[in-house]
Write a new protein. Structure first.
Length: 353
């Protein structure tokens, strides 16, 4: 049957514009794809490191800057928070209590000492340098535990400002990337064998991907030891987040002038946030040994993608002019913390191997 004139001339409906979180999530997905491509081209650069750098670049490129700071901002912020939480939950599947206990109590004590000394020393130096907001807390967390993932977890327990989170992630990522090039050059001058080098890397380098990239230069034995020691540090994420939540609740109680730990805004910070409880549950699940290797591999791939998207979102929140104003102080904090974590962990390795 012939179409009527009305049907033939009806205007074509266009797709509605993307709104809400969609533009930012699509941009984060593109950033993840680009980070994967960078890692494939240069294997020494971990995907998570590339994601942070690409996020920072997107925030300052003239063509993308209005999009990043405009329509894409809600989705990028959501990626930096919610996708980070999911990634941290899946991070628990990398850790088995049997592996940690297999390191021996001397190594466990060494890791605890490194974490405590790095965290306390970085906090002290950051306050002395007068860094604003939660930057000392976040940098201390990143250096002592597991880089950007730990910063993301603690920032959400503390309610940190996005700019503080972004600048801290940028600093920790930069220093961790430098470790990939610097630490292998020091293995033989410091007299470290394969096992000792692996444990030193695992105790002193921040992100898990950076640990793998650094330790693999020392051989298979170094890589195994580095990953085990690193995962021991990751296990300390849950008690650290709980401690920060207790501190925030105590500060909120003092600010509100009440005894119930409720902040002036009416919120009560959870002592153990839900995503940290999920992280612990995944550790317990991995320890049971019921998950097949394929499931662990798929979960690991998903975790990398989620964290890459989250770190792209955080990187896009970095405002370089703001960082420049505190650049000297925050760089000095990064250098000082790097010296502490590398020095204390080196001494610990000498005493335990």
């Amino acid at each position: 049957m012939a179409l009527s004139l009305r049907q033939r001339t009806a205007p074509t409906r266009s797709l509605p514009p993307l709104r809400g979180d969609a533009p930012g999530l699509l941009l984060a997905a593109a950033g993840v794809a680009a980070a994967i491509a960078v890692h494939a081209a240069v294997p020494a650069v971990p995907e998570l490191t590339a994601a942070v750098v690409l996020g920072m670049a997107a925030a300052h490129l003239p063509g993308l800057r209005p999009v990043v700071r405009g329509v894409a901002r809600p989705g990028l912020s959501m990626a930096g928070k919610r996708l980070m939480r999911l990634g941290i939950v899946l991070l628990g599947l990398k850790l088995s209590l049997d592996d940690v206990l297999g390191l021996g109590w001397a190594t466990v004590a060494m890791v605890l000492t490194v974490v405590a000394a790095t965290f306390a020393g970085t906090m002290w130096l950051g306050r002395r340098l007068g860094l604003p907001g939660d930057q000392p807390l976040l940098v201390a967390t990143g250096y002592s535990i597991c880089g950007a993932s730990a910063i993301g977890a603690v920032s959400q327990a503390a309610g940190s400002e996005e700019e503080d989170v972004a600048s801290s992630v940028a600093l920790v990522t930069l220093c961790g990337t430098l470790a990939i090039a610097v630490l292998p050059l020091l293995q033989h001058p410091l007299g470290l064998d394969e096992v000792g080098f692996g444990r030193w890397v695992g105790a002193s380098v921040h992100d898990v991907g950076q640990v793998v990239a650094t330790a693999q230069t020392g051989g298979a034995g170094a890589l195994r030891e580095a990953v085990l020691v690193k995962l021991m540090r990751v296990a300390l994420l849950a008690p650290l987040v709980a401690g920060v939540a207790v501190m925030v609740r105590r500060n909120a109680r003092g600010a509100a002038g009440t005894g119930d730990g409720v902040s002036p805004s009416g919120s009560r910070p959870a002592i153990l946030p839900l995503f940290v409880a999920g992280f612990l549950a995944m550790i317990a699940l991995r320890t049971t040994g019921v998950l097949p290797e394929r499931a662990l591999t798929l979960a690991g791939n998903a975790q990398e993608l989620l964290l890459a998207a989250a770190l792209f979102g955080l990187g896009s929140a970095v405002h370089l002019p703001t960082m420049v104003r505190t650049g000297g102080r925050i760089a000095l904090l990064g250098l000082g913390s790097w010296v502490v974590v590398a020095g204390v962990s080196y001494a610990g390795v000498l005493l335990t191997t």
